[in-house]
Design a protein around this ligand. Structure first.
Ligand code: SF4
Length: 778
């Protein structure tokens, strides 16, 4: 029995929803028509032009770069190279131009231009060079993270392809197969309405699906509708009827493996929202700056309209890279070694495109001439305008939001469970981290309500001073721009070690200025034994007996105990007897060992961090949970971190707070070695704190943000997303600054008040252990 169109579309939607949820992606791109010469003559095409109609057979490198820079400035991620197929085979003008410029072929020139664009703008090229032999696909794989070629149809007798030697189906199938063998993330697709039948479309889609099953390389399939264009052979043919188009999209969704993304161009349909009903999950490339050169009469919808239409149907729109996340997250297999950092540099933790507005240029740095305790590199060249942790750029405004769209899908389901009192587990936490657009607003609203119920409306802060007693460290944490190893004296600033007198004096000064806490942490100096930490604690307590000593990471404590040959509990008891009152959670980074093996291979393991905190709680010392996020890890690791610490809290109840510490990439060695992302996006920052509020519900009541890394404007938004604590005033905070954070060294009560008052909430000074400071005798 044949299904009706409505039934077919409902089935296709089901497949799409199960595989991709409410996520609909698009690629912000700039279109670079490298050459409009083509040896083929297709009956529907207005792109290809004869040499006489063109000023020059090819865009010059200067023209290419100008277009790409325009795209980069507008916040694009992709440089889509579109070109005719093998024009040098047909046109003398093409051969002459290429040889005059030192290129053997169009593909060689494309390789050079893609390399140029990548180096100068960081935009990721997507090469759309048609049916190519294996060696040319392989050459382009060095410079183009993904490639594409429409299969179009398997019919070899269509009148529209009569003058098109490259449209012979066997050649196109061979290209698709070769791309699979070369492990190229590949885009293909079919045309609908060029004279083929439904059975022909099914055959073409099955061929694509089979190739993908053999190689796993088809990242997306485009289903594109024919529209007649004046001046072409098919100008008098009827356009593809909407029902036929919807049928084809739905059938594509049902034939293709569910993980293959399905795309339809939004600019070729007047009411493009209806295409979502047929099961697509991707709008393809959308350019804020250039025309669709293949369909110049059909401009792309503005991004705002694309978002509006997408959200109105209950989806969340997300920018992606030329390579889809499944491929981004498996770079060893899918990306040429030269491209792995380029792709990572533009991606977020899920492997989608970074979604903060603004330009993202490749960072070029030189060593700073003058190095004190701040960042040791300076940026040269184009400056990115996107927000990142530690920068002075304003973050996008996610909250408060005027969005009123009701959300549906997996994020909505998890939130309904939370509202019904359920505890979130691994899958639910990962789902919440996928939130985009209106979903982010809802996650924040639920977190804000939980905050209100748990701790009320007061926003707390602690008056403290950071004392980083040494920056000499024998450990080699790859993210750490603070430590100075013995071999890096000249390269990385001056190593220092404060004396006990210095430390005592800083504590006394802090007390005079009103501080109630000193936070002690530093590098692991090769000369320290465990008694050093005890001596430091005593020095502070002797200078200021009432000062709360919050100090020593799990690494320092574990090393101290090890160097003395003591067990953790004995050693922690001695520290407590000397006056230590609580431990910071730092050194946790990400409590997920495969990530630690890359980030901080010689540091304590997840179990050792947890053992140390369990021992501290056992001897009566409170501590907190921190997470350093946004370097190399993915949301699954964030979920594991939350679940391991929540499990310990269920046993000991010793954690006072959760602190999100976004990774500051500038001047961080791992970023300078081109092996990490640029820290979390602002959306990820907001979600980290909101999801923590939800995950630690009835477990850890206080969620703290790090104003040093997030800045005042970001802090105000996080306070509306589940956070209730601003942390410390942090006089002399050196560690974030050493990694490039630009925010000042100290906050004041007045500056905290300025942040809090516009929210209609009350600022409350607290002790380290969350007692109201006006009720505690100093
Ligand atoms: S993070 Fe701490 S342990 Fe690691 S290198 Fe830096 S100072 Fe040393």
């Amino acid at each position: 029995m044949e299904l009706s169109l409505d039934e077919l579309m409902a089935l296709a939607r089901g497949v799409r929803d199960a595989a991709h949820g409410t996520r609909v992606t698009y690629s912000p791109k700039v279109f670079i028509p490298l050459t409009m010469l083509c040896r083929d003559r297709c009956g529907y095409c207005t792109f290809a032009q004869p040499p006489a109609r063109l000023e020059s057979p090819y865009l010059t490198p200067e023209q290419v770069l100008r277009i790409a820079q325009q795209g980069a400035r507008a916040g694009c991620h992709e440089a889509l190279f579109t070109l005719g197929e093998q024009p040098e085979d047909r046109y003398e003008a093409a051969r002459t131009w290429l040889s005059a410029h030192g290129y053997d072929s169009t593909v060689h020139y494309l390789h050079a231009m893609a390399k140029l664009v990548l180096a100068e703008t960081g935009l990721l090229p997507h090469a759309n060079a048609g049916a190519l032999p294996e060696h040319e696909l392989s050459l382009l794989r060095e410079v183009s993270p993904s490639q594409g070629m429409m299969l179009e149809t398997l019919r070899d007798d269509l009148p529209c392809h009569r003058g098109a030697p490259d449209k012979v189906p066997a050649r196109r199938l061979a290209t698709l197969e070769a791309a699979g063998r070369l492990q190229i993330p590949f885009t293909s697709g079919i045309l609908v309405g060029i004279g083929e039948t439904r059975a022909d479309r099914v055959a073409a889609l099955e061929a694509i699906a089979d190739s993908h099953r053999r190689h796993g390389h088809v990242q997306e399939v485009i289903v594109q509708n024919f529209l007649p264009k004046p001046g072409t052979g098919m100008q008098h043919e009827p356009p593809c009827p909407l029902d036929e188009y919807l049928w084809s999209i739905a059938v594509a969704r049902l034939i293709l493996p569910p993980e293959v993304h399905l795309q339809a161009p939004p600019n070729l349909s007047d009411d493009f929202g209806v295409l979502l009903d047929a099961g697509l999950d991707d709008w393809g490339g959308v350019s804020p700056v250039t025309l669709d050169h293949v369909n110049p009469e059909r401009p792309w919808p503005a991004l705002d309209r694309l978002r509006e239409v997408t959200e109105a149907r209950g989806f969340a729109l997300a920018p992606r890279l030329t390579v889809h996340p499944e491929f981004v997250r498996n770079p060893q297999r899918w990306l040429h070694a030269d491209l792995r950092f380029r792709v990572m540099d533009r991606s977020d933790a899920e492997g989608l495109g970074r979604d903060d507005p603004g330009a993202l240029w490749p960072e070029k740095v030189t060593a700073a001439d003058v190095v004190h305790d701040g960042a040791e590199v300076v940026l040269v060249g184009h400056r990115s305008t996107q927000w990142y942790s530690g920068s002075t750029q304003l973050p996008p405004t996610l909250l408060p939001s005027s969005r009123s769209t009701a959300i549906r899908g997996p994020v909505a389901e998890v939130l309904r469970g939370v509202e019904a009192g359920q505890q979130v587990g691994f899958d639910e936490i990962v789902t919440l981290f996928r939130a985009r657009g209106p979903e982010v607003v809802e996650v924040a609203a639920v977190a804000d309500e939980l905050r209100h119920r748990a701790v009320g409306d007061a926003i707390t802060w602690v008056h403290n001073r950071n004392i980083n007693y040494t920056n000499v460290c024998t450990f080699k944490c790859r993210f750490c721009g603070f430590s100075k190893g013995p071999l890096s004296l000249n390269l990385r600033g001056t190593p220092y070690l404060l004396t006990l007198d210095d430390i005592a004096q800083r504590a006394a000064e802090a007390w005079e200025m009103g501080a109630t806490e000193v936070t002690l942490q530093g590098g692991i100096h090769p000369n320290f034994d465990g008694d050093y930490y005890i001596d430091v604690t005593r020095a502070v307590k002797q200078a200021v007996p009432k000062m709360h000593v919050h100090g020593f990471t799990a690494l320092e404590v574990t090393e101290g105990a090890k160097r003395l040959g003591e067990d953790l509990a004995t050693y922690l008891r001695r520290l407590k007897d000397a006056g230590l009152a609580s431990l910071p959670g730092t050194a946790a980074e990400i409590l997920d060992d495969p990530v630690r093996a890359v980030l901080c291979p010689d540091k304590i393991t997840t179990d050792e961090w947890l053992d140390c905190h369990a021992a501290a709680h056992e001897v009566g010392l409170r501590s907190n949970v921190t997470i350093m996020f946004g370097s190399i890890e993915h949301p699954e690791s964030w979920a594991r971190h939350m679940l391991r610490t929540r499990a310990l809290q269920a046993i000991t109840g010793g954690f006072t707070e959760f602190v999100g510490l976004p990774f500051v990439h500038m001047a961080s060695p791992i970023y300078l070695q081109r092996a990490s992302r640029r820290g979390p996006t602002f959306r990820e920052n907001l979600l980290m704190h909101a999801v923590a509020r939800i995950a630690y519900r009835d477990s850890i009541d206080n969620i703290q943000l790090s104003w040093v890394k997030i800045g005042a404007a970001g802090a105000v938004q996080l306070l509306q997303a589940g956070c209730n604590d601003l942390g410390g005033t942090l006089m002399d905070e050196n560690i974030s600054r050493a990694a490039g954070a630009a925010h000042g060294q100290a906050m004041t009560e007045q500056r905290f008040t300025d942040l809090v008052e516009p929210l209609g909430r009350r600022l409350q000074q607290r002790s380290t252990l969350y007692e109201r400071i006006d009720t505690v005798a100093r």
